[in-house]
Write a protein that binds this ligand. Structure first.
Ligand code: OOG
Ligand code: MG
Length: 262
């Protein structure tokens, strides 16, 4: 750690204010070039703690930058994790108020809920497959608080990996018999196909993303508790949206999920 607790608190407030006011800021490493990864997660955890202290409910975890497409789009090379809160979640077909966000982009993601505790290190794809309660089709709406989505890895980790909204499909599916690796997804904006992909885009297998999350948490002395909702990471590049757009992600086997930007 290179930052003191006072600076961590200030940066957490700074980034959360940018989120809640929908106003962008420059990446924090500009002012704190020597901050390290531990500092970055410390800021993210401070934001999470502050939200919980204000009565918001923790809703789950997400992996980010798990696909080659995203890593390339963002010019980075390692996955990261963040958290989701209840107020960020929407049901299938519910609207998202565009003016609450800065410059939202949509990503189709396979989500799941765990039926067992997952503990790293060395958590495997098989460990994860045997700990999936059910699968849910989902979309994440990312909204970096950084101007023009320009950031480095440490800045985006501190900014809770751009988490802002997520939409869950209404149908749950048992994992047995579902081939997550080859599972196809089509993302449509206003009825036109804007991106396509398969589960393998997520680290070769979406369960690998959860295994990696367990391993990353293990280095902090944490596990993934039973009953955790997890978004496994974008299957395609993120698609920018604007007021009036309707976006639908259609998943093979899992069903579809839609939202409209009001
Ligand atoms: C970081 C968040 C990426 C994903 O699924 O890859 C992410 C960003 O691209 O702003 O959520
Ligand atoms: Mg995502």
């Amino acid at each position: 750690m290179n930052l003191d607790q006072k600076t961590i608190s200030e940066l957490a407030q700074h980034l959360e204010a940018a989120e809640l006011n929908a106003s962008d800021v420059v990446k924090i490493t500009d002012a704190y070039p020597n901050m390290d990864y531990e500092d970055a997660y410390a800021i993210q955890y401070e934001i999470r703690k502050n939200k919980i202290n204000r009565g918001q409910k923790f809703a789950g975890l997400k992996m980010g930058l798990t696909s080659q497409a995203k890593m390339k789009q963002m010019g980075v090379d390692t996955p990261i994790f963040g958290f989701l809160m209840d107020y960020m979640g929407r049901g299938d077909g519910q609207e998202i108020i565009t003016k609450e966000l800065i410059h939202p982009k949509v990503e189709p993601e396979i989500a799941l809920v765990t039926s067992k505790e997952l503990r790293g290190p060395n958590c495997s794809v098989d460990d994860v497959l045997s700990a999936i309660d059910f699968l849910v089709p989902a979309m994440e709406i990312i909204d970096s608080r950084y101007r023009d989505f320009k950031f480095d890895l440490k800045s985006v980790i501190a900014d809770n990996t751009s988490s802002s909204r997520y939409v869950m499909g209404g149908k749950i599916t048992d994992v047995s018999g579902v081939d997550l690796e080859h599972l196809g997804v089509v993302l449509e904006k206003n009825g036109e196909v804007v991106a396509t992909g398969a589960g393998a885009a997520v680290l070769g297998h979406p369960a690998k993303s959860v295994a990696m999350l367990a391993d990353m948490l293990a280095s902090r002395g944490e596990t993934i508790p039973t009953g955790t909702f997890i978004m496994t990471g974008a299957i395609t590049e993120a698609i920018a949206v604007d007021v009036g757009d309707t976006v639908t992600a259609k998943f093979q086997h899992l069903g579809s999920v839609t939202t409209r930007f009001a």
